[in-house]
Design a protein around this ligand. Structure first.
Ligand SMILES: [Cu+2]
Length: 288
């Protein structure tokens, strides 16, 4: 009898946890290192990583609407950082060097949110500490673009604890998920692949300091979510000006075959140190 009650209680608990969503456990390490630009220059850089091993690509944390997140952030850098998530957790939690914090939150709204370091804003986001938290309410094929750009001298000055004048910002390097063209084409998150009639979802964040007007060739996209322009939802367009710290979710349902470019319409952003086309350029490939 007692056994039956226990089994029934366990079943009830399981059913309840299914309906209220699951708990997603993640760890992010803050790691300071450097990236190599398309012209082989080293730039000081700081990013979030799944381990202490440095990569320039901040992980995309993906959850379903209704899920709960338990997120540890571990600071392996030699200076204090802070942690916040735009729209979800707006006051930053301080993380001293070699210390960690635990963030728990329930995700009730589908969309893309930028997790970042709000300390000395925008300096540390600029240095790399800005990634995407994606809350899904669908199971469609999904792609993720984290847009950034850099002016080499700014990385050096900020990493040496100096002061930069953002009114003098003149970036020369432009990246999606830390890569410039042609390396972007090797990133399955950045190059869109699908078939005619598929629903393709593109999750975008701009964690740089420039406006990035992205232009889609071949197809129009429908806005599913916008962090700053709620009245744009449902609009169908081929160019989207994405402002610093803005996020977007777009949908494309391709109606024809072929490969079509997608690029930043500010043409300097399709260069790397002035060389075309080593910047923000990717493509959409539609097969039968
Ligand atoms: Cu174009």
């Amino acid at each position: 009898m007692t056994n039956r009650i226990v089994i029934f209680a366990a079943f009830l608990l399981f059913s309840v946890s299914k309906t209220i969503g699951s708990t997603v456990n993640q760890k992010l390490y803050i790691v300071a290192d450097s990236i190599t630009t398309v012209d082989r220059k080293k730039l000081p850089y700081i990013s979030y990583n799944y381990s202490k091993v440095f990569t320039a690509q901040n992980p995309v944390i993906t959850l379903s609407k209704g899920d709960s997140l338990r997120l540890w952030i571990i600071n392996t850098d030699s200076i204090t950082h802070s942690f916040a998530i735009r729209k979800l957790m707006t006051s930053g939690m301080s993380i001293p060097s070699n210390d960690s914090v635990l963030v728990t939150l329930r995700l009730n709204q589908a969309g893309v949110y930028i997790y970042h370091d709000p300390k000395d804003f925008p300096n540390f986001v600029y240095m790399g500490l800005g990634g995407m938290l994606v809350v899904r309410n669908h199971q469609h094929a999904s792609f993720y673009w984290n847009l950034k750009e850099h002016q080499a001298s700014f990385n050096h000055v900020i990493s040496n604890k100096g002061t930069v004048d953002w009114s003098m910002y003149n970036p020369k390097y432009f990246t999606i998920n830390g890569n410039s063209y042609p390396h972007i084409l090797q990133d399955e998150n950045a190059r869109i692949r699908g078939k005619i009639g598929d629903t393709l979802i593109i999750n975008i964040s701009n964690t740089g300091r420039s406006i990035h007007p992205l232009h889609f060739h071949g197809f129009h996209a429908t806005t599913l979510y916008s962090s700053s322009k709620g009245n744009s939802i449902g609009r169908i367009k081929d160019t989207y000006a994405i402002y610093p710290m803005e996020t977007l979710v777009l949908q494309i349902v391709p109606d024809k075959l072929g490969e079509y470019p997608i690029h930043d319409h500010n043409l300097v952003a399709v260069t790397g140190k002035g060389i075309y086309p080593n910047g923000m350029l990717t493509s959409i490939i539609i097969t039968p």
